[in-house]
Design a protein around this ligand. Structure first.
Ligand code: TYM
Length: 335
């Protein structure tokens, strides 16, 4: 049997080049090697304020973008998280065995809550437990994610191990699968921050037209050294060269040789072309789905049915191990 992969993406905005290079592209490429489950995690998006109409729209668009990026419904299960109630059911059960101290350590919560710690919704704090439920409900072996999600996958492992210790072997302990290159694409306007959907100023959206890509890359922050080296201390340039490396397949040495004596403008022009060339087929397929949205709706409906069939037995086992679902003893005879 092939190892099972589970991964997810939030519909909290338009998917970015960071999402693509750090995750989606690897999901699509691994489809023949794994038994694949991919999810648009709308319940996770709700942990920060959302406009309901935009959330609905972003959920559809993210699913269509995954299909356009090569997620093939014949080889992968694709569905929307809120369509499968087992995710929330399992979250509650896992919440009861997850120590607060573990959640207090989550760096993403600290960053997202910032100084608003007391006013953000409790869902933001519990976010990693919902993510653990996503993964554990399907008995996934591998979780392909970018670097920023590693801590959450490690927490998922801890929760699964704790459950198994408390209630007997029930849950599969998963492992993160993080790409060697592309796991952390940085924001174009500030290379000390990761590129993110929620901050579009520094991000390339997968639907950006070539002229938009060119403008954004031209404005990307670099440095004043003027030497093209593949060196993390030149953070902005390093980020652009990393994108180049993934899309061109050139090694760092080959890139340095190629750009020797050239200015950053030449690098930027090439990076912009590589990005637009990579996005073109994806954007064409996305436009086709927009013309026939019912294709996406059907794939998501079938996906939700199949996901429910896979998740329900696990949740039932978890409930039974914890002492739920026992037959109610009749008290009638005692009367
Ligand atoms: P999300 O929606 O932030 O991102 C989806 C995937 O894209 C990766 N990623 C990046 N990779 C490289 N560079 C970047 N700048 C970059 N930005 C994002 C993320 O690491 C992720 O793999 N909590 C998750 C969604 C989730 C999930 C899950 C993932 C919910 N349940 C279960 C795996 C398994 C998130 O917010 O991803």
């Amino acid at each position: 049997m092939q190892p099972r992969v589970f991964s997810g993406i939030q519909p909290s905005g338009s998917p970015t080049l960071g999402n693509y290079l750090g995750a989606i592209r690897n999901w699509a490429e691994g489809q023949d090697k794994f038994d694949n489950i991919f999810c648009v995690v709308d319940l996770h998006a709700l942990t920060l304020p959302q406009n309901p109409r935009e959330l609905r729209q972003n959920t559809w668009e993210t699913a269509a973008m995954l299909l356009a990026a090569g997620i093939d419904p014949d080889r992968s299960l694709l569905f929307v998280q809120s369509h499968v109630p087992e995710h929330t059911a399992l979250t509650w059960l896992l919440n009861t065995i997850t120590p607060m101290g573990w959640l207090n350590r989550m760096t993403q919560f600290k960053t997202k809550a910032g100084s608003e710690r007391d006013s953000v919704g409790a869902g933001l704090y519990n976010y990693p437990v919902l993510m653990a439920a996503d993964i554990l409900a399907y008995g996934a072996n591998l979780v392909p994610v970018g670097d920023d999600q590693k801590q959450h996958v490690e927490l998922t492992r801890d929760i699964a191990e704790r459950f198994n210790t408390l209630f007997g072997e029930t849950l599969t302990v998963p492992q993160p699968l993080i790409p060697e290159v592309g796991a952390r694409i940085m924001a174009l306007d500030d290379p000390s921050r990761k590129m993110s959907k929620s901050e579009p100023a520094g991000a390339i959206s997968l639907s950006d037209a070539p002229d938009v890509v060119r403008k954004k890359i031209a404005r990307a922050v670099t440095d004043s050294l003027g030497i093209v080296r593949f060196d993390p201390s030149q953070a902005g340039l390093y980020n652009l060269l990393s994108i180049h490396r993934i899309l061109s397949g050139l090694s760092p040495q080959e890139m340095e040789a190629r750009f020797e004596g050239q200015g950053y403008r030449v690098v930027k022009d090439e990076v912009a072309s590589l990005i637009s060339d990579a996005l073109k087929p994806l954007q064409d397929r996305y436009a086709a789905f927009q013309r026939e949205p019912e294709i996406v709706d059907r794939i998501l409906a079938e996906g939700a049915d199949r996901a429910h069939d896979l998740a329900a037995p696990t949740v039932r086992r978890v409930e039974e191990s914890m002492g739920l679902r026992a037959r109610i003893q009749s008290t009638a005879s005692a009367l």
